[in-house]
Design a protein. Structure first.
Ligand code: AMP
Length: 171
């Protein structure tokens, strides 16, 4: 993971003053490191019986889709309000910078689906917790939440108590 960590750049004061944005685009651009990360991600979750990977726009999609393919699971997008074309379930949540809502198609998760929630960064945990609620509202079982980066000092894990939370890189 050292190679992966080197390809995450700190961008100070983006998108707001005081935020150090973790820029994963150099990692995405590296064929070798990207492949190794996705392979590790798949391996780590192979034995959980995952039937659906759920990820939130937009950087969550970048990791969620290849992980779903590797796990032979389906992929379900969670999006900002008004983007999904059919009937949705909705959750409002607190972000590190502001508040927002997320939506998921109401028929995307079937009762008994075993779900892995994937995102690039776990910060305060508000986003992941909202996605977790959407999955449970739809009748899915959250089998794990998996992040590339965890900003430990923001204590996002505390919001996700009782769930299996993992990350590859911690700050
Ligand atoms: P939170 O709800 O606070 O855990 O924020 C998580 C969401 O915001 C994730 O979807 C991240 O992509 C994004 N995010 C939060 N903080 C950062 C950061 N410092 N750098 C990059 N993305 C971030």
């Amino acid at each position: 993971m050292e190679k992966a960590k080197k390809l995450v750049l700190d961008v100070p004061d983006f998108p707001k003053k005081g935020i150090i944005f973790k820029d994963i685009t150099p990692l995405l651009a590296s064929p070798k490191v990207l492949r190794e990360l996705i392979e590790k991600w798949v391996k780590q979750n192979k034995k959980k019986g995952i039937t659906k990977v759920v990820a939130m726009e937009s950087r969550g999609f970048l990791f969620g889709v290849p992980v779903a393919i590797g796990l032979k699971a389906g992929f379900v997008p969670v999006r900002k309000p008004g983007k999904l074309p059919r009937k949705t379930l909705k959750e409002t949540y607190q972000l590190e910078y502001g508040t927002d809502s997320l939506e998921m198609h109401e028929d995307a998760i079937k009762k008994g689906d075993r779900v892995l929630i994937v995102d690039d960064v776990l910060a305060t945990g508000g986003t992941a917790d909202a996605v977790r609620k959407l999955v449970e509202k739809a009748g899915g079982k959250v089998a794990g939440l998996s992040f590339f980066i965890e900003l430990g000092f923001l204590k996002g894990k505390e919001k996700l108590k009782g769930f299996e939370v993992s990350s590859f890189i911690k700050y």
